[in-house]
Design a protein around this ligand. Structure first.
Ligand code: FMN
Length: 197
């Protein structure tokens, strides 16, 4: 973990302010965090997830629905089976059974610009892990549980939980890990200009 994080901290950041903070948990500490989150989730104390705006622009809503269909089909969960969907959501808080969990946070006073730096850091963590044969899953599912996370990890007041991440050896046989998540076509997201001559 120290190697991976040291490497990831070479990620670029605007004006080199390096705004990332990360809590790495394993063993009993991870289990305690999972317990706190499952308890909070079942008590219904967290605010509703607000990862996306409502209404979500049409194009993104289509992609979200496509993701949901593929994700739950790979898990064999019917759209109408809310109990099974809740159980699957709760697996996020157990870091999907991975031996290591990470919580990424940032100073809440910073602007969205600095959240770009945090994302770059997290992606570099994922690449540094992959270079060592270790798999990851970034998880926004933790964001809505900032209060119990901050309390459990004794975060300073100015920090806010941005997302979490599971890290371990992925189960390559699990259908959910084999589900193809397609990408939009190059011409639908890139404008490549001025190359003709
Ligand atoms: C910022 C971010 C947040 C994500 N949050 C979650 C999450 O809470 N739970 C989860 O299971 N996967 C989560 N994912 C994984 C995405 O669903 C996944 O990367 C996407 O569907 C594309 O699939 P692929 O990475 O297998 O190609 C997240 C990914 C990112 C980049």
């Amino acid at each position: 973990m120290e190697e991976i994080l040291t490497e990831a901290a070479c990620a670029p950041s605007g004006a080199n302010i390096q705004p990332w903070r990360v809590y790495v948990v394993s063993g009993e500490v991870k289990d305690g965090l999972t317990h706190a989150l499952v308890t909070a989730s079942r008590a219904g104390v967290a605010p509703a997830p607000a990862h996306f705006p409502d209404p979500l622009p049409h194009m993104f809503r289509n992609r979200l629905q496509d993701f949901g269909a593929r994700y739950y089909a790979s898990l064999g969960i019917e759209r109408s089976d809310t109990a099974a969907r809740t159980r699957q959501t709760e697996r996020n808080y157990a870091f999907f059974g991975a031996p290591v969990g990470l919580i990424f946070s940032i100073d809440r006073r910073l602007k969205p610009h600095s959240w770009i730096d945090l994302g770059l850091f997290a992606q570099t963590v994922m690449l540094a892990a992959k270079a060592r044969g270790i798999d990851t899953c970034p998880q926004v599912a933790f964001a809505q549980f900032h209060e119990p996370i901050a309390s459990y990890l004794q975060m300073p007041q100015e920090e806010i939980t941005a997302f979490g991440m599971s890290m371990g050896y992925g189960d390559t046989q699990a259908p959910v890990n084999r589900a193809a998540m397609p990408r939009v076509r190059l011409q639908d997201f890139a404008q490549i200009l001025g190359f003709a001559g």
